[in-house]
Structure formats: C-alpha cells, structure tokens
Design a protein around this ligand. Structure first.
Ligand SMILES: Cc1cc2nc3c(=O)[nH]c(=O)nc-3n(C[C@H](O)[C@H](O)[C@H](O)COP(=O)(O)OP(=O)(O)OC[C@H]3O[C@@H](n4cnc5c(N)ncnc54)[C@H](O)[C@@H]3O)c2cc1C
Length: 423
C-alpha cells in the first residue's frame, strides 16, 4: 500500500515527469498535475521536433554553458548526468545518436516519441497523471507545505490535494501555447520566494529593417558573428545564422541573444558584426578579390560578387560600400576593393530590439537560486516545497543543456521529496 497523502508534482514537462517517476519508484504516492490535455507539449517540439536531448561535452565545459547558474547545478549533475540520462532513455527503449561531436538526439529524430516513452514510464512507476488540472494555490501551515488547491479545466471545479511535499515544475514563460505560462513564478512568490526578473533568452533579435529587407529566409553557414555592446569587448560566436522579416535568428544569434537582451534592457547600444569570410584573413581576402577582378575584367560587380556572396546579399553589400553595381572588374579601384573587403569581414547590423518572451526558446530569470538547496532542490524557506526545471533561475545556451538540467533537477527533486514524504 502506498502512503497517502504524499507528493504532488505541478507540471508535466521533462522536469516534472522525471521528478514524479523518481519519487513514485521510492514507494510514495505521487500525483502529477498538468494543466494541458497531455504532458510534455513543449518537449514534443524541442529541437525542431527532433529533440536535442543532451550534450556529450565533459562536465566542466557543460557547466560553463549555464553561466552563473552552473555552480548551483553541480550537485544535481553529480547525481544524474549525461551517461545516466542516456542509460535511462535506453531503458525506456529510446536509443540516441550523437551529432557534430556532442549534441545528442533520439536515433529516430522524434521528440514526440521521447514524450510518449517518458510519460509511459512515469505512469508505470505508479505516479498518477491528472491532465487538464491547473494548480491555483500552494497551501501551507506556517512554513510547512500542506497541499495544493487545483481547478479542473473541464468542469471548473476546485479541489484540495493534501501533500507532504510539492514539487513545482511549471517551466518558464515562453511558448505559452505549450502550457508554460509562468504560473510557477506566482505560486513561488505566494510561498515567499524571490523571483529574478523574467526575460527572454535564446530569442531572435530585431534589427534596422532596411538592412534585412529582401533577406528573409536567407541562411548563412560558417560565419563569425560578434556582439558589440557599447564600450565592451565583443563576444564572438561561429556557426549558422538566418535572416527573418524583422531581423536575425538561428543558432549563433540565439546564443548571443541573452547578453543582447540584457544590454538592450539597460539602454546600451547593441550591434552585430558579421564576418562573412572568417576563414580568410584580410591579406588572403584581398588576394582573393584581386584575383577575381583580374580574371573577370569585363564582369560587373553585381555578378562578380556571386563567387563570394549569396545573391540576396549582393545589392546590400554594394549599397553599403557605395561601389556601383555596374562597375566592371577592370574599373574597380583600390578604394572600392578595400571597402568590399572591410564589409565582407565586418557587416554591421544595429540591433533595435528583441522578440517577445513568447517567442523565446528559454526564459531567463525565475526562482532565485539563493533560496533553494542545490543538494535537494528543496526550498530554504518552506519545508516540503521543491523546485525543478526551467522555473528556476537557470538557463543555458542551445545544445541540449536545458533539457539535461530539467531531467537532472527533476531527478534530484523527486528523490529528495520522496524522503520528505516518508518522514
Ligand atoms: C521551440 C523550443 C525548442 C527547444 N528545443 C530544445 C532542445 O532541442 N534542447 C534543449 O535542451 N532544450 C530545448 N528547449 C528548452 C526546453 O524545452 C525547456 O528548457 C524544457 O522543456 C523545460 O522543462 P520543464 O519541465 O522545466 O518545463 P516545461 O517543459 O515548460 O513544462 C512545464 C509544464 O508545466 C505545466 N504547467 C504550467 N503551469 C501549470 C499549472 N499552474 N498547473 C499545472 N500544470 C502547469 C505546463 O503545461 C507544462 O506542461 C526548447 C524550447 C522551445 C520553446
């Protein structure tokens, strides 16, 4: 017989499903409350539907991708890290493959299959999953958690679930149609917790529109993008980026976006500098330009540049450098050549803003880490209240780091909460 009441998990994302299963495996009664019609909606759209589930980089490198939050995560990674997650997934029948040396995906590239396997496991451990049920209020007796008040999305009826422990795994505030609407922050505040201001991270950036006109859907591979924030050392990233109707996106931009958002919020000037030819230094690029011009003395610059640039970028390049598009190879001056070279190495895009949190991959900010014990994920303020996943003030770069953090903190919270339930 399972003891009851025991543990309520709020939120059926990767953190909540993992926490519920781990606690139920330890013989306590667990109920997971999920407000959507099924758990794991966000997990099902991760990695463009392929689910970049974790990353094979070693622990010290892995932690660096979380910035200041890395220190807090150490104990949960010591307990449940990449090899543990991969073995766990394999035990559920989810085989994985490693891409580009470090990013791990399910072998069948199906995020929805990961969701199915995980939710199936959680149920098999004995945890009950109540969908279309929304947590409205955390119930306390002084500084001890006693339960949760919930509401059925079907009937509108309210109900009280008594509990020895509650795990808050409500996720962040991005992509709200997946259910992550930021409820957890309000619930945490009601329990006395401080919230580090919530803001978008891994979010597309808006730029001066005349600079990106006609470039929509253009993807640039193997470019180096530097984020220049007024008066600070530029931060450089190498990889892929894409143009949109409003500005720029893609892996490199998303990686730089968190720092751009904070700088924009501080009212600082933010600019991107794109090096379109990072493999060529100034000398080599000049030699390449010179060769192209000499080999094509009668060709106009608008055609000549096709060897160096994707066609949609050519009019912009000529406009910004002031080199006439009908100037032929033998008419191009040393000054023109210098202007072209500088532009190819340093195409500037002033950043005017960022897309809203609804379009962010990750929410920065959240439950302050100072008030949570990193060894158990338990609140330092309220006994029996635990946290896991994105509701915490942790966020990382793209690459599978965020899902690993959700699984690892879910694991730790589930194991520790089960102990509370037994006392
Ligand atoms: C488009 C996209 C792609 C991504 N791709 C990747 C990727 O490839 N790799 C990676 O590592 N990360 C990726 N992420 C980030 C990753 O999905 C999240 O970090 C992760 O899902 C967080 O897990 P979580 O369990 O903390 O929260 P969530 O997955 O957000 O789950 C929280 C759950 O809580 C429920 N909930 C909220 N409030 C209540 C309430 N009051 N009552 C009941 N239930 C509630 C929600 O409905 C939701 O199901 C991506 C994110 C997005 C948006």
């Amino acid at each position: 017989m399972k003891r009851s009441p025991a543990i309520i998990v709020i939120g059926g994302g990767p953190a909540g499903l993992m926490a519920a299963g781990r606690a139920a495996e330890r013989g306590v009664a667990v109920t997971l409350i999920e407000k959507m019609e099924r758990p794991g909606k966000k997990l099902g759209i991760t990695g463009k539907g392929r689910c970049n589930i974790t990353n094979n980089r070693p622990l010290d490198e892995f932690l660096r991708h979380f910035g200041t939050g890395g220190r807090f995560l150490k104990p949960s990674f010591y307990e449940f890290f990449v090899p543990d997650l991969l073995a766990f997934l394999a035990s559920l029948g989810v085989e994985t493959v490693t891409e580009r040396g470090s990013r791990v995906f399910p072998a069948d590239n199906q995020a929805v299959e990961v969701v199915k396997a995980l939710a199936h496991w959680t149920r098999k451990t004995g945890a009950a999953i109540k969908t279309r049920t929304r947590a409205l209020e955390l119930l306390r007796d002084g500084n001890v958690i006693t339960g949760v008040r919930v509401e059925s999305n079907r009937t509108g009826q309210e109900k009280i679930f008594r509990a020895d422990a509650v795990i808050l795994a409500t996720g962040g505030a991005s992509y709200p149609l997946t259910g992550s609407t930021g409820d957890g922050y309000r619930l945490a505040v009601s329990a006395g917790h401080a919230i580090v201001p919530v803001r978008p991270a891994l979010v597309p950036l808006e730029t001066k529109v005349d600079r990106v006109k006609g470039l929509q859907d253009l993807t640039l591979k193997n470019v180096a993008v530097s984020l220049r924030i007024h008066g600070r050392k530029p931060i450089r990233e190498f990889g892929e980026m894409a143009f949109t109707s409003f500005g720029v996106s893609g892996p490199v931009i998303l990686t730089l976006s968190g720092r751009a958002v904070d700088a924009l919020d501080d009212g600082l000037d933010v600019e991107l500098s794109i090096d379109l030819k990072p493999a060529l230094d100034d000398k080599k690029l000049d030699a390449r330009l010179l060769r192209d011009l000499r080999n094509n003395p009668k060709m106009e610059t608008r055609d000549l540049l096709r060897g160096l640039l994707p066609p949609p970028l050519i009019p912009l390049c000529l406009d910004m450098t002031g080199v006439p598009d009908d100037r032929t190879g033998n008419q191009v001056t040393a000054g023109d050549r210098r202007a072209l070279r500088l532009w190819l190495k340093d195409f500037r895009l002033p950043v005017t803003g960022h897309r809203p949190i609804e379009e962010a991959i990750i929410t920065a900010g959240g439950v302050s880490l100072r008030e949570v014990n990193p060894k158990t994920m338990e609140s330092r303020l309220v006994k029996g209240l635990f946290f896991s996943g994105e509701v915490l003030d942790i966020n990382a770069d793209t690459g599978g780091y965020n899902l690993q953090a959700a699984f690892s903190t879910g694991h730790l919270a589930g194991v520790a909460a089960a102990e509370t339930g037994k006392n």
